[in-house]
Design a protein around this ligand. Structure first.
Ligand code: GDD
Ligand code: MN
Length: 363
């Protein structure tokens, strides 16, 4: 029998064809004394990353490839990669060589000495962001870190780190509570762990990307707020639902602005202006949800046209549910604001459930 490796390194990839061979070469060099494997979790990259990984894997069974079709998302990829291994110790690192693989042996040693989680950090003594982050990203990263500390009580210096190692029991225990959305996988694991794990931080310098380009855009900031809120309410509401509600709130603004424009500028009657505003808000909500809430199932081309029509239909039924519940409560002598809020909630929950099942259903 051949025992499973002691360490499994999970590397999420999206369009990283130019980086995988170099990363594997470096892992081989730095981990000569360990029994390891590397699992690339690739979301069906158009640049053929998975084919490149398989080519390397054909000659080295320590290299594995998990190709996910029809799905997108950094956090989800990391979770599945960790779940696909049986190694007692798992690590996560980026494919683009921004993380310093030379820290891996020290991470292993720390676990051997009793740590549950070892985090590669850019912010403690000896670490740094070097030239790897723009000034804008640096500021954002600092702000996100401060928010995580105050809202979630996470005390480590770099909870945004995508470079860490942990005992597999930690992630097995946290798995049912982890969000697939977003990219803050370490923060999510730490916020979802019941017993405080023993954490060790090891400094390193964040390097420049080797080849290709970053996949994190400004929308991840909003997604991150969703994660913070979801954790702050004790996982009672999913990140996706919170994002849906945030988009809904922005749609209300669009509605009111359009209504005002319709009444003032083009002199429409109230009924017509309200109708136009309703369509403007629904259209806005569709595209905003398509970019943000359901970005992992994003519709494009004809599928987006079909999705928009289904979205209109679903939201119209949602409006009936809203008005129906509100009217029923109001007649039962509830106060106007309680009836109104209950109606709006009813509409939001209906719209969310129906749109998840119909408009952005899983293939
Ligand atoms: N499977 C999969 N699916 N992998 C993805 C996806 C996805 O949707 N999006 C990104 N990745 C992979 C990339 O291919 C890369 O290997 C890694 O995740 C990090 O993505 P980058 O696009 O290089 O992110 P970054 O360098 O801007 O951000 C890094 O720094 C952040 C802190 O500033 C990451 O390490 C983040 O995790 C980290 O929080
Ligand atoms: Mn990167």
């Amino acid at each position: 029998m051949i025992p499973s490796p002691q360490l499994s390194i999970v590397v999420p990839t999206f369009n990283e064809r130019g980086n995988v061979a170099e990363l594997v070469a470096r892992l081989r060099r730095i981990l000569v004394d360990s029994n390891w494997e590397v699992i690339f979790v690739d979301d069906n990259s158009p640049d053929g990353t998975s084919a490149q990984v398989r080519e390397i894997a054909a000659l080295d069974m320590r290299v594995r490839c998990l190709r996910r079709v029809g799905r997108r998302g950094l956090a989800g990829a990391c979770i599945e990669g960790m779940m696909a291994s049986s190694a007692p110790i798992v690590a996560v690192m980026d494919a683009d060589l921004q993380h310093d693989e030379a820290v891996l042996p020290a991470m292993l040693k720390a676990i051997g000495e009793g740590a549950d989680v070892v985090v590669g950090t850019r912010y403690s003594e000896g670490g740094g962001t070097g030239t790897g982050l723009s000034a804008y990203r640096k500021g954002g990263s600092r702000l996100a870190t401060t928010l995580a500390r105050t809202m979630l009580g996470v005390t480590i210096s770099d909870p945004m780190s995508g470079f860490f190692m942990l005992r597999r029991e930690i992630v097995e225990a946290a798995a049912p509570r982890l969000s697939e959305q977003g990219f803050k996988i370490l923060l999510d694991i730490l916020a979802s762990t019941v017993n405080a794990p023993k954490i060790v931080e090891l400094p390193y310098t964040f390097r420049e990307r080797h080849s290709g380009q970053s996949k994190l855009d400004s929308l991840v900031v909003i997604e991150y707020l969703g994660l913070l809120l979801s954790k702050a309410v004790g996982d009672w509401l999913s990140v996706r639902f919170l994002l849906f509600v945030m988009v809904g709130a922005s749609g209300l603004l669009v509605h009111l602005l359009t209504l005002r424009l319709g009444l003032r500028a083009s002199g429409l009657g109230f009924g017509a202006a309200q109708g136009v505003a309703t369509f403007a808000a629904m259209t806005w909500n569709f595209f905003a949800n398509n970019q943000l809430t359901y970005r992992d199932r994003r519709l494009s081309g004809m599928a987006a046209v079909r999705g928009l029509l289904v979205f209109y239909a679903v939201c119209s039924i949602g409006a009936f549910a809203n008005v129906g519940v509100a009217g029923w409560l109001y007649q039962g002598h509830s106060s106007w604001w309680l009836a109104g809020t209950a109606g709006a909630l009813m509409g939001a929950v209906f719209n969310y459930a129906a749109n998840s099942a119909l408009t952005w259903r899983r293939a």
